[in-house]
Design a protein around this ligand. Structure first.
Ligand code: XMP
Length: 322
């Protein structure tokens, strides 16, 4: 791999910020640039670097793909408005669900369902419409490593898969934090003035809840896993883990409700201790905490009859299910 990681102990935060701000300014010249903000720490850091470099010549878009957490677009818009950054929300729900319809294979879901729609259809048009030639995005070192190693195709990896974005989509992609892993990105975020609730946020994948639905990601199945995510995130908010999530399984199982057979959905809860997502171990959560999550999910979400907890390390498990 040609990209050289900047290790945490070698990171000079202020020098890094100055270097990236200059690189963004140089690449954009007098043009506008477009920026993809998902609300995670990586894209949040890139947004502030880009804003420092270009001010209002940077157009920051949040793509409402229908796959995000509850209330996410409004939450991110408000956080960034407080930082002086205007975020434009683009409603692309129908485009994403149309591309995901009928797709069950994980890699196809990532490529056809997410990558193509995101870069070609949605950003292709946004970049063209405002006459920009550069897209900024928050790819980090772990994303590259996993894709190159063939673990899974991270939605935001292009050049390393041989994709020439200028040819394929009509714009250059700039990745200011590609040499950093998550702990380093968080430090840069803090130095840039991001609020703590953003720079300490647990990671959330670009393809969002589509990576947490095994099988077809329909609007209904995404809504179900979104409700479970809200419960898991609320119950585990203070547990100190690296990342925690809910997954909707494809198979249904027989359950029992009100004395009658109920053939219903299964939710799997995962909670990870990890430094940088390359390896991970399941968090040793108190059993009572797990029981409470199961009770809430099965009483608050209609049709769920089973909740399990993943006790497998990564590897051989992965953090996400898809
Ligand atoms: P896995 O599931 O590969 O996840 O063990 C490792 C870390 O990466 C996140 N993840 C993604 N992030 N685009 C992203 O930006 C993606 O396509 C993607 N897939 C997984 C995952 O949440 C975990 O933190």
């Amino acid at each position: 791999m040609e990209i050289q990681e900047i290790q945490l102990q070698d990171l000079d935060v202020e020098a890094f910020i100055a270097e990236q701000v200059k690189a963004i300014g140089d690449a954009a010249g007098d043009n506008q640039a477009v920026n993809a903000l998902s609300g995670g720490v990586d894209s949040a850091v890139v947004t502030l670097l880009g804003h420092r470099a270009m001010g209002d010549r940077l157009r920051t878009y949040f793509i409402e793909n229908g796959l995000m957490r509850e209330g996410e677009p409004e939450y991110i818009e408000k956080i960034f408005a407080d930082l002086g950054v205007k975020v434009e929300i683009i409603d692309a729900k129908e485009q994403f669900f149309a591309a995901l319809a009928g797709v069950t294979d994980p890699e196809e879901k990532r490529d056809k369902g997410i990558t193509q729609v995101f870069y070609k259809d949605v950003f292709g048009k946004l970049v063209r419409d405002c006459g920009a030639n550069v897209l900024l995005q928050g790819t980090n070192y772990t994303d590259v490593e996993e894709t190159v190693a063939g673990v899974k195709r991270q939605h935001n990896i292009l050049a390393q898969l041989g994709i020439d974005t200028e040819k394929a989509y009509g714009y250059k992609v700039l990745e200011p934090i590609i040499r950093l892993r998550k702990p380093a990105v968080r430090i840069v975020g803090k130095a840039l003035g991001l609020p703590e609730e953003i720079f300490t946020r647990p990671p959330f994948p670009g393809p969002a809840l589509a990576t947490r639905v095994i099988g077809e990601a329909t609007p209904e199945r995404i809504a179900l896993v979104r409700s479970a995510t809200t419960i898991v995130e609320a119950e585990l908010a203070d547990c100190g883990a690296f990342q925690y999530l809910a997954i909707l399984h494809e198979d249904k199982v027989t359950g029992l409700r009100d004395g009658k057979r109920d053939f219903g959905h299964q939710i799997e809860v995962r909670c990870w201790d990890s430094e940088d997502a390359v390896t991970g171990t399941p968090t040793n959560l108190p059993f009572e905490m797990l029981r409470k999550i199961a009770d809430r999910i099965t009483t608050e979400i209609l049709g769920v009859v089973s909740v399990t907890y993943n006790i497998t390390a990564k590897p051989p498990s992965c953090i996400e299910a898809v």
